[in-house]
Design a binder for this molecule. Structure first.
Ligand code: ATP
Length: 692
């Protein structure tokens, strides 16, 4: 062992070092082999045994001399088998240092949704818009939000050639929210993990305190430009303009500009401007979809969407009321883990454990607190501080909490979209997509040609067909831009997972111009935010795939989404959404959540099945009637000839009779279907019974 020490010391003298990277403070050192030095004489060859050992496992960046000499002392057999020490604890210690959160996410930006230039564009917009919506709702302001994407290759008038592929873009998001207090702005935009939502249990879009500063960091990294923020907190108060950079080594803001603006057009609100490297060509379809879906799930907000070289779009709000206010709750004792309990006890200002339990948790009354303490077997007075210091004591309390029956947390604290607004949102969304048409030009041309052909055929058919009055619209069917959509929604009652209240909603739009031979479109939302990536990794998709849609008359390949002309919206509202990563792209596979989504989907599916059956029957009736009508003309003429009467009144009588029969048959069918659907609703199918 003594030999090894001496050798290591020698090695550190012989191996010359040079700094590995950019900064002066960098501790990591890379050894330079003596032979590599310019003009240096090559060292004498090592003994034969050492050469053999070096051939077994050469380590390019290990302190070569140290390892070679150590192995030289070992017998032949050992040198072949024993692993070589590549570094000592001291050498490794010299390389260890603290990593700032910004440094970490600079290297791992994919974890935050900045994997590539097209996704980064969407993530940047999403983070800013989510903040604007959260801030407006929290302040009680109807949101009016402008989203602008500017291609820096175009001139101020928007002329020039659009950037193909990656390029420099400016993203602007402006809201009419409460604004940001001057002292807070630098930390909000220049420090990762700084926010108002992480430590509370309340439904909101943001929850981690990392979103907008991460976008600022991405901009800084790719363009070197700081984030520009303008904010004003009210009438009579000045607006402030900031340019903020992030010192990524320290995760601290650096304000490069801070000035008051004499006048700003918003009475209150915030505008963020980020210069980033983005790919508009590929990313615009994500952004378009994000804006459309956000308008769908936020019918109380108005969005102005300004894009390069396209007409600005406005999605006006569909309702003039804010959604029900989401309320903050305290954690439920059954959802707390031992470590968290100890931390909470450490922070508590209560003098005894009973007071701590009552103030820190929801649903703990004096009686419940007494019961927990009794069950924990605490004889003397226990202070919260004692729990923080004594793990055995804390474990006893944790066990007692688990064994005590405590009322479920309050669930009326959530703000779901609700059936009426979900329907309104779906109608406005379908109106927009029916107006806008498909996204790619080739498909657009094909569709227009098809439409022309179809309308010519329709005109010809109309001219030939006898006048038949329009059937009354079926309940739930909306005519949107000439297409019939069946719309159904279900809002489940709130439930709880691991102490967190959550609520699931499902809405569907069936028919219209959705393709009938493709898998359904699944729109996933968490706290009203559309989730556009990681579809197959998402617990929501799993729940829909696991639902047997063949029960509801859709075909479904094994382990896949059903096939049919349908868009299905799934929304989870929760005080804490369990995402699979910091990028908040997919919901984790919690069985409690999956089950609720399945139940909502099944309820919606039953409504769909009733509609499809009704439609199938109506189609059958129409077909029968059209065959009958084909012969009426000839039959009326033949009867006219026999009876020597004009064929026209005979034809009219036949048509009247046909109307009566069709009406009667449809009414009978309606009654039968009503009865059938009641039965289905009362007695779920086998697969549902298993679920229930
Ligand atoms: N437009 C805005 N108006 C008012 N406050 C804002 C605005 N944007 C950000 N904030 C404040 O800045 C904080 C940090 O925002 P950030 O996007 O970094 O995180 P978050 O929204 O809390 O969580 P997440 O990381 O999940 O998005 C927010 O919690 C909010 O208090």
């Amino acid at each position: 062992m003594a030999g090894r020490k001496v050798v290591a010391a020698k090695a550190s003298k012989t191996a010359k070092t040079k700094p590995a990277g950019r900064g002066a403070g960098q501790l990591e050192l890379v050894p330079v082999e003596p032979a590599a030095r310019k003009g240096a004489r090559p060292p004498p060859p090592p003994p034969r045994r050492a050469r053999a050992a070096a051939a077994v496992a050469p380590a390019p960046d290990a302190p070569v001399a140290a390892v070679a000499t150590e192995d030289a002392a070992a017998p032949d057999a050992l040198a072949a088998k024993a692993p070589r020490r590549r570094a000592t604890a001291e050498q490794m210690a010299a390389k260890q240092r603290e990593i700032s959160i910004s440094e970490f996410f600079t290297k791992n930006r994919h974890l935050l949704g900045f994997d590539n230039a097209s996704k980064a564009l969407l993530t940047t917009i999403k983070e800013a818009v989510d903040n604007s919506l959260d801030a407006c709702e929290e302040a009680g302001i109807l949101p009016e939000i402008t989203i602008e994407v500017r291609d820096l290759a175009l001139n101020a008038k928007g002329e020039g050639e659009l950037t193909k592929g990656e390029g420099r873009f400016v993203v602007v998001v402006e809201d009419n929210g409460p604004g940001i207090v001057k002292a807070q702005a630098p930390k909000i935009f220049g420090k990762l993990l700084y926010g108002s939502k992480f430590h509370r249990l309340k439904q909101s879009r943001g929850q981690q305190g990392i979103g907008i500063s991460a976008a600022a960091m991405y901009g800084q990294l790719t363009t070197g430009q700081p984030i520009r923020v303008t904010s004003r907190i009210g009438k009579g108060k000045p607006a402030h303009f900031f340019e903020i950079q992030i010192d990524t080594r320290k995760n601290n803001p650096v304000v490069t500009e801070d000035r008051e603006l004499a006048d700003w057009h918003q009475e209150h609100g915030t505008r963020v401007e980020l210069e980033i490297v983005a790919n508009w060509q590929q990313g615009q379809r994500f952004v378009n979809r994000y804006v459309e879906h956000t308008a769908l799930s936020n019918p109380h907000a108005t969005f102005h969407y300004v894009r390069p070289r396209q007409e600005p779009l406005t999605f006006p709000r569909a309702v003039e009321e804010l959604p029900k206010e989401a309320l903050e709750i305290k954690p439920h004792p059954h959802g707390v883990e031992l470590g968290a309990l100890m931390l909470m006890a450490q922070d508590s200002k209560s003098h005894d454990v009973r007071g701590f339990l009552q103030t820190a948790f929801s649903r703990v009354s004096a009686t419940v607190a007494n019961e927990i303490v009794k069950r924990a077997g605490f004889k003397a007075k226990v202070r919260p501080r004692d729990l923080a210091e004594d793990r055995t004591l804390a474990a006893k309390l944790h066990e007692a909490i688990r064994d005590t029956k405590i009322m479920a947390p309050p669930t009326q604290v959530l703000s779901p979209i609700g059936d009426t607004l979900m329907k309104k949102g779906l109608v406005s969304f379908l109106t927009v997509i029916e107006t806008e048409g498909p996204e790619d030009d080739e498909q657009l041309d094909l569709d227009q040609a098809k439409k022309k052909k179809a309308s010519k055929k329709e005109k010809e058919a109309k001219a030939e067909a006898p006048e038949v009055p329009d059937a009354p619209p079926e309940e739930g069917v909306e005519k949107i831009k000439g297409h019939n959509y069946f719309i159904a929604t279900v809002t489940r009652p709130p439930k709880v997972y691991r102490g967190n209240p959550f609520q699931v909603e499902v809405g569907l739009a069936y028919g219209g111009s959705w393709p009938a031979d493709k898998p359904i479109e699944l729109f996933r939302f968490a706290n009203r935010v559309p989730l556009l990536f990681q579809k197959s990794a998402c617990g929501m998709t799993e729940a829909i795939v696991k639902t047997d849609w063949r029960n509801y008359l859709l075909s479904q390949p094994k382990g896949s989404l059903p096939v049919g002309p349908m868009a299905l919206l799934v929304h989870i509202a929760s005080v804490w959404v369990p995402f699979t990563s910091e990028a908040k792209e997919a919901v984790a596979h919690y069985p409690e959540i999956t089950r609720e989504i399945q139940l909502a989907a099944q309820e919606c599916g039953r409504k769909l099945a009733a509609h499809i059956r009704k439609k199938q029957h109506a189609d059958y009736q129409a077909q029968r009637r059209s065959i009958f009508e084909l012969y009426i003309q000839e039959v009326a003429q033949a009867i006219g000839k026999i009876t020597k009467k004009s064929p026209e009144p005979i034809k009219r009588d036949f048509l009247r009779l046909a109307d009566k029969v069709t009406e009667q048959e449809l009414a009978e069918q309606d009654a039968a279907l009503e009865e059938q659907s009641k039965k289905i609703t009362k007695r779920p199918r086998r697969s549902e019974e298993e679920d229930e």
